[in-house]
Design a protein around this ligand. Structure first.
Ligand code: 3UK
Length: 519
């Protein structure tokens, strides 16, 4: 399928876009005009949404947002599970010039209260499932709380909104949507993405690396709120006029294999933790994955052994690739016909990747250093965080915070984070946040959290704890501390192991030396 009219990519993979334009037009409206209106854009267990219906509902959603008093440039915080309404809200907002902000749906009231305030959003729309966290978040903000409604209420009102909406003209580098990304200290940062960014990821990685076409049915176990899931499960299918399969349930081996057998996707996107659980499940129950032409993994490194076992069991390769919220999608990746187990692959054409030493000079090939990338899909800045922006985005280059090494054939090998952050099931986890939670328990004096490999070689949080009364250490206390963390934090962040020690290693300035605990 040709590129949408007016959009092209040069031999250097740089994008040329009409200015002004609105990115909702090539992703949504174009398909109606090009005769794909009756094709399925979205499939779920209970409905199929065609491109005609999608375009109609995007227009209604945009009109409703404007009707509710939102102005171009205003933020819409959408805490929405994976369902068609996610598409209506996200694209309706963009088409109307409003900026959608879809955060992680697994967070707690306190995180949402922060994001509502930080984003200064004019409206919060949330799936009813998250009322237990969103309600208290709004309450906490008192009179500063913005308008809020559930997705169901929004959908109800959409029915009477107009189904025609002129796309608001924008420049390719205008603010378009945000994604929150967490750091090891401090609050999450809103990475501000521009109009052109989804065009760049969809074409450079989706089309040119994975070969996504209109014939593909994409199923992403990684949720839409995650930049990885947003590309896999929404922008790549919409860019190519294909079909996205959505499921709002927590992905497990059963739900994901059931979906694969039922919807017969051609592309399947997961994260290493889930592939590990799926491999274990395949031991007892064979499953039919014959529709899948490629599996993709990202979020954390895929162990080489898992790549081999998956290939043995299913006959399909898993293409590992590294992406980030700031880059929007994968910038170094394996591909069909060019992959190496245990590596992140090679740079995606169009992305410049450099491994630098501590002086900022390129390291000789084979040596490790910090990975910096340059990308046309990179976030412009972090909202309200000029220092973080200045640290991370330097002269058009993005500091990934990762340590990498390049093998003799140009495959990039992941060597760990340059900071203390952990990836658990592909999702960020700050050791400091878990430590603070543990210290909030009456029995705990101090705590340090580090990454520890489980039996699948995947990283999970492990806590090293100093108790107020050393004699309190017991299996029951361990259970109680784990339950305390699950209750207070997003549940995936709880420590899977707890070790009790008399004291923690610290620097002269009192900073916990997590690297000593790791070794
Ligand atoms: C780590 C990996 C080793 C790495 C993401 C694909 O994960 C994504 O975005 P986040 O902002 O995290 C970014 C960080 O996660 N990481 C991601 N993938 C890999 N480490 N191997 C990998 N394959 O530390 C990176 O800096 O949550 C992934 C597409 C879009 C994304 N946002």
């Amino acid at each position: 399928m040709p590129l949408p009219s007016g959009i092209s990519f040069g031999p250097d993979h740089k994008v040329a876009l009409p200015a002004p334009f609105n990115v909702a037009v090539p992703f949504i409206d174009r398909h109606v005009g090009e005769g794909r209106g009756a094709r399925a854009a979205i499939r779920t267990a209970s409905e199929t949404v065609t491109y005609d219906q999608l375009a109609d509902r995007v227009n209604r959603a945009g009109n409703l947002l404007l009707g509710l008093g939102l102005k171009p440039g205003d933020r819409l915080l959408m805490v929405v599970k994976d369902c068609p309404a996610f598409f209506y809200l996200f694209w309706g907002a963009i088409k109307a010039g409003i900026v959608p902000v879809p955060p992680n749906t697994l967070l707690r009231a306190d995180d949402y209260a922060y994001m509502i305030e930080d984003s200064g959003c004019a409206l919060v729309v949330s799936s009813p499932e998250f009322a237990g966290e969103i309600g208290p978040a709004l309450k906490q903000l008192g009179t500063k709380a913005p308008q809020a409604m559930t997705v169901d209420t929004f959908l109800g009102k959409m029915a009477s909104a107009s189904s025609t909406l002129a796309a608001r003209p924008a420049m390719p580098t205008d603010d378009c949507f945000w994604l929150y990304s967490s750091g090891s200290t401090g609050r999450p940062k809103g990475a501000v993405h521009a109009q052109r960014d989804m065009v760049v990821t969809s074409e450079l990685y989706g089309v040119r690396v994975l070969g996504v076409t209109e014939a593909d049915i994409s199923y992403s176990a990684a949720k839409l709120f995650f930049a990885y899931g947003l590309g896999n499960g929404m922008t790549f299918p919409l860019w190519t006029g294909g079909t996205a399969v959505l499921d709002d349930r927590r992905p497990t081996p059963d739900t994901t294999f059931d979906n694969i057998e039922r919807f017969k996707p051609t592309l399947y996107y997961g994260v290493p933790t889930l592939y590990a659980a799926q491999l274990a499940a395949l031991e007892t129950k064979p499953r039919d994955l014959s529709s899948v032409r490629a599996c993709v993994s990202a979020g954390e490194a895929l162990p080489a052994d898992m790549f081999r076992r998956w290939q043995e069991k299913t006959g399909t390769v898993i293409l590992d690739g590294i992406g980030s919220t700031e880059a929007l999608h994968i910038f170094i990746g394996n591909r069909l016909g060019d992959f190496r187990a245990g590596t992140s692959g090679r740079p995606v054409p169009g992305y410049d990747c450099r491994i630098l030493d501590e002086n900022g000079d390129p390291v000789p090939r084979g040596e490790s250093g910090r990975l910096w990338i340059r990308a046309e899909s990179a976030a412009k800045y972090y909202w309200n965080k000029p220092e973080k922006t200045a640290e991370t985005m330097v002269n058009g280059w993005l500091n990934t915070g990762d340590t990498y090494r390049e093998d003799p054939d140009g495959y990039f090998i992941y060597e760990g984070r340059s900071d203390d952050m952990l990836k658990v099931g592909g999702i960020w986890c700050s050791p400091v946040e878990i430590e603070n939670c543990l210290v909030g328990h009456p029995a705990v004096l101090e705590a340090a959290v580090i990454g520890h490999a489980d039996e699948q070689a995947l990283i999970k949080p492990k806590a090293i704890v100093v108790l107020k009364q050393a004699g309190d250490a017991s299996a029951a206390l361990t259970e109680a501390l784990m339950a305390h963390c699950k209750r207070t934090l997003a549940p995936y962040k709880y420590p899977r192991w707890i070790e009790y020690v008399p004291e923690l290693p610290k620097t002269a300035t009192g900073k916990i030396q997590r690297f000593k605990l790791r070794s």
